[in-house]
Structures are given as structure tokens and as C-alpha cells.
Design a protein around this ligand. Structure first.
Ligand SMILES: N[C@@H](CCC(=O)N[C@@H](CS)C(=O)NCC(=O)O)C(=O)O
Length: 208
């Protein structure tokens, strides 16, 4: 399979972790978001959304990282990234959505660019916005965590897959993680595992 990715894209990072955990072979094609390649005609012919990731499968092109994770889970069930009974699966998805639907979209590159370029928001205000939404989401997640060293299962799950890239972003923007000791512990633990290490931004071919 071929994954259209960018080394620092947290949505693509999710897919890389999941594919590594499941031992699926894939090649990456880099889409440089800072150079605006996601908006090129060539890339939009592949993914009209102008976002990464996009996964080329034998059945066709699939976008949206959560849909990709669910498809991977159904197509390659072992090891499971959404383990457990229906209740546990719902808990895992709930945490994954907290990060992917409530934190990530408002801090996405195009939103930040719109704030800066169209609404003339200052650099300081931009950083405040970014940190505010991470802080809001992480505060809610921290309060729900009780199962260490993963979010809510004995093995890495969709919740950890979504959380770790978001923590990477938080650290990049100098969010003080001392407010979130449980999240920090999960981050440290996941980053000791080969599937997470191999998926990390600094280990991607397009890392600069
Ligand atoms: N909901 C989408 C979000 C994808 C997304 O926002 N990707 C970001 C990188 S993490 C992107 O391509 N941003 C480009 C831009 O904002 O112009 C998913 O989960 O796949």
C-alpha cells in the first residue's frame, strides 16, 4: 500500500503507527504541507480534500485517518487496535475522538493559517489558541485515564494511536505537560515500543 503522508502530520502519524502495529508493509509518498503541496492539482486529483493522509489500497483510495484505522482493523484484525467488548471499544473510540475530533481540527495548519493570514491574528495569539485547545482536551482526557501504561486497554489501541501524535504536537508548541502526568506516562511508554518509534516524525524519510 502507499501512504500519502507528511512527517509531522499527526493524522498521517496515526496511520503509520497502526500499520506498524499490524505489521503491514507500506511505502510513503511525501506531501510537503509547508510548501502547500496538499493544494496542488496533482495531489487534489488524488485527494480532493487537500489533506493527508490518503492511503492507496487494492480497492482504491481511502482518506480520513479514523476511517483508515477502522478499515485496517476490519481488514487486518490481528493484533487488534480496538480490543474488548462493545463497551470497551466505545471507551477507546471515545478517547480517540476526543483527540481527533475535538483537539486536532481546530489546531490544524489551515485553521492556523486562516487565523494568521485572513484574520491577522498575532503570533502570540496564534500560540495561545493552539495551546488553549490542547489544554482543554488534555484536561478532559487526563480526568478519564485510569489504566496505565496505555489509555484504556492492556495493549496499544486506537486511543493511544491518536493521543501520541497529539502529544508530539503539544511538546512542539511547548505545552507544559506537568499538568498531565498520566498522558505523559502513556507517551513515554508508547515511545519505547518499536511500532511507535518507527512511526515518529523524526524517523520518516521526508523528515527535515
Ligand atoms: N480529519 C482528517 C484530518 C486530516 C488533516 O487535517 N491533515 C492535516 C495534517 S495533520 C493536513 O493535511 N493539513 C493540511 C492543511 O491544513 O493545509 C483525518 O483525520 O485524516
Amino acid at each position: 500500500m502507499k501512504l500519502y503522508s507528511y512527517f509531522r502530520s499527526s493524522a498521517a502519524y496515526r496511520v503509520r503507527i497502526a500499520m506498524n502495529l499490524k505489521g503491514i508493509d507500506y511505502q510513503q509518498s511525501a506531501v510537503n504541507l509547508l510548501k502547500g503541496q496538499q493544494q496542488s492539482e496533482e495531489y487534489k486529483a488524488i485527494n480532493p480534500e487537500g489533506l493527508v493522509p490518503a492511503l492507496v489500497t487494492e480497492q482504491g483510495m481511502l482518506t480520513q485517518s479514523l476511517a483508515i484505522l477502522e478499515w485496517l482493523e476490519e481488514t487486518y484484525p490481528e493484533p487488534s487496535i480496538i480490543p474488548g467488548d462493545p463497551w470497551q471499544k466505545a471507551q477507546l473510540r471515545s478517547m480517540a475522538y476526543l483527540v481527533s475530533c475535538d483537539i486536532h481540527p481546530v489546531d490544524n495548519l489551515r485553521v492556523i493559517k486562516y487565523l494568521q493570514q485572513e484574520l491577522a491574528v498575532s503570533d502570540d495569539a496564534k500560540k495561545q489558541w493552539y495551546k488553549h485547545w490542547i489544554h482543554t482536551g488534555f484536561t478532559a482526557l487526563e480526568a478519564q485515564l485510569n489504566d496505565q501504561p496505555f489509555c484504556c486497554s492492556e495493549q496499544p489501541s486506537i486511543a493511544d494511536i491518536c493521543l501520541i501524535p497529539q502529544v508530539f504536537n503539544a511538546l512542539r508548541f511547548k505545552v507544559d505537560m506537568s499538568d498531565f502526568p498520566k498522558i505523559a506516562t502513556i507517551y513515554k511508554h508508547c515511545n519505547s515500543l518499536p511500532s511507535f518509534i518507527d512511526a515518529a516524525p523524526e524517523n520518516q524519510p521526508d523528515s527535515v
